[in-house]
Write a protein that binds this ligand. Structure first.
Ligand code: ATP
Ligand code: MG
Length: 447
């Protein structure tokens, strides 16, 4: 993409209500624009990141055997009356009446709708296990939307729902979700810790929240620091194996890690050596639940089991805060100059900066490089504006692309251009004929 043909509405003046760094950086980098309190437009650069995150979430869900579909944002109130949540949900639910005076609502979550889909079509245990999910916008009329897209009123969520014939099978679904979530966050360069959590209005006994540690997080967390050493990388997972998934979950939940809602100071002190006790803030980027027959019972979602008996299906639900993750990744990865994107979610992999606008040879080299890189399918942002070099560098640092190639008359005298890694600031000169190969090598090595 050529910057002169793109749209990056960067901001110089940051509104004073942008309290946390991710919100400020997203505004400065022109990733989002507020439309109303807690409601945002996603500008082109922000959308690219959001879509990268979505793609990783899809890939890991499908890998775990879960099936994507798409349910609407608007739902009929009747289904929520059946489950008893229409009145329970309270003021966070946006209620709408259509021209025929029918009650609708903008979905804050989808347990009712998915249960309705299920009960209309599935009759036998032979059709189970089944996990359906979607990535769809949600609306919750949060009393205090803040921190930009981190606590929005409209936000993008991946929500999935498992249907199983009995508790053992449902626990396997729960474990599968935990493992797939850990993989998902890790691919985005995040360490998200599963913590035992309260189930809130969703209900049920089993729940874990996934938290990214950050001073700006809204949740208070208590954990054993040994959990920070757990690594997920390179694990081969057999999602069909109950034993395999259960062992991984045991491994990841063997250390004390709880949110303030479930924290027990006595247990904390008894089971964790003092030097490893940590109290911190965290950003909730996901949560999983097993709630047994809470929805299937009132809504009549049952199947015949192997003995021919009719049983209510066991369900769970599982959510990832897709749009919140954009902010969480920035909170975890930035410096004083701007965002530092992990390459897996970066809007572009590389930026080209011409350090001397109007210098014919510099521009010719930039153009050729741009053509070659885009031809190779490498996402490239070419800053071809007539700005000072310093301003271009500042923009590149702010928007945080993993690599930058700088082309200028001084280097070209000896036929060289510069490759800079955003994360470390390391830079190296390469001959113009070698830069593309060098970049490809680095992209491969740091992926
Ligand atoms: P919170 O405690 O932060 O209000 P929640 O527990 O009510 O979140 P869930 O129902 O567990 O939210 O939703 C799944 C995920 O959706 C959360 O883990 C979070 O990452 C994301 N999420 C929830 N509310 C919001 C919001 N208002 N804005 C952005 N993301 C949100
Ligand atoms: Mg939650």
């Amino acid at each position: 993409m050529r910057m002169t043909r793109y749209f990056i509405p960067t901001l110089r003046e940051i509104p004073s209500d942008a309290q946390i760094v991710s919100h400020r950086l997203m505004l400065r980098a022109g990733m989002i624009k507020q439309a109303a309190a807690g409601i945002y437009s996603w500008m082109p650069l922000g959308l690219r990141v959001l879509q990268k995150i979505e793609r990783i979430v899809h890939e890991e869900q499908i890998r775990a055997g879960h099936i994507p579909l798409l349910m609407p944002t608007l739902q009929p109130a009747g289904l929520w009356r059946e489950s008893g949540r229409y009145d329970d949900y309270g003021e966070e639910m946006l209620r709408i009446t259509d021209r025929h005076q029918r009650d609708l609502l903008y979905g804050p979550t989808n347990e009712e709708l998915i249960t309705d889909i299920f009960r209309g079509h599935v009759r036998s245990y032979r059709d189970l296990p089944l996990t359906l999910y979607h990535i769809q916008w949600k609306f919750r009329d949060e009393i205090r939307p803040r921190y930009g897209i981190m606590r929005g009123r409209e936000f993008l969520m991946k929500d999935g729902y498992n249907f199983d014939v009995d508790k053992e099978a449902a626990i396997h679904s729960y474990n599968r979700h935990m493992v797939s979530y850990l993989r998902t966050y890790q691919r985005m360069g995040l360490q998200a810790i599963p913590m035992r959590a309260d189930t809130g209005p969703i209900g049920g006994k089993y729940s874990h929240e996934f938290l990214v540690l950050a001073d700006t997080g809204e949740s208070e967390v208590f954990f054993d620091s040994a959990i920070l050493d757990l690594q997920f990388e390179g694990r081969d997972i057999d999602y069909d194996s109950r034993g395999n998934c259960a062992r991984l979950v045991d491994h990841w939940t063997s250390h004390y890690a709880r949110t303030d809602e479930t924290h027990d100071q006595d247990v904390f002190e008894e089971t964790v050596p003092e030097s490893r006790r940590r109290r911190s803030k965290g950003i909730e980027v996901g949560q999983i639940f097993y709630f047994s027959t809470k929805y299937s019972e009132p809504m009549g979602a049952s199947v015949s089991n192997a003995n021919g008996e009719l049983v209510n299906v066991h369900m769970g639900s599982h959510g990832i805060g897709v749009s919140r993750l954009v902010g969480a990744i920035i909170e975890a990865s930035h410096d004083e100059r701007g965002i530092v994107w992990p390459s897996s979610v970066a809007p572009f992999q590389v930026g080209i900066v011409s350090a001397a606008t109007g210098h014919a040879e510099t521009e010719a080299v930039c153009n050729a490089l741009y053509q070659e890189l885009t031809g190779l399918g490498i996402e490239t942002l070419y800053d071809d504006r007539t700005e000072r070099a310093g301003a271009k560098f500042a923009t590149m640092e702010l928007i945080g692309l993993p690599w930058r190639i700088t082309v200028g008359p001084r280097g070209l005298k000896t036929g060289q251009v510069e490759l800079v890694r955003r994360k470390s600031g390391d830079s190296k000169q390469y001959a113009t004929g070698e830069i593309v190969a060098a970049l490809c090598y680095q992209l491969e090595a740091h992926n």
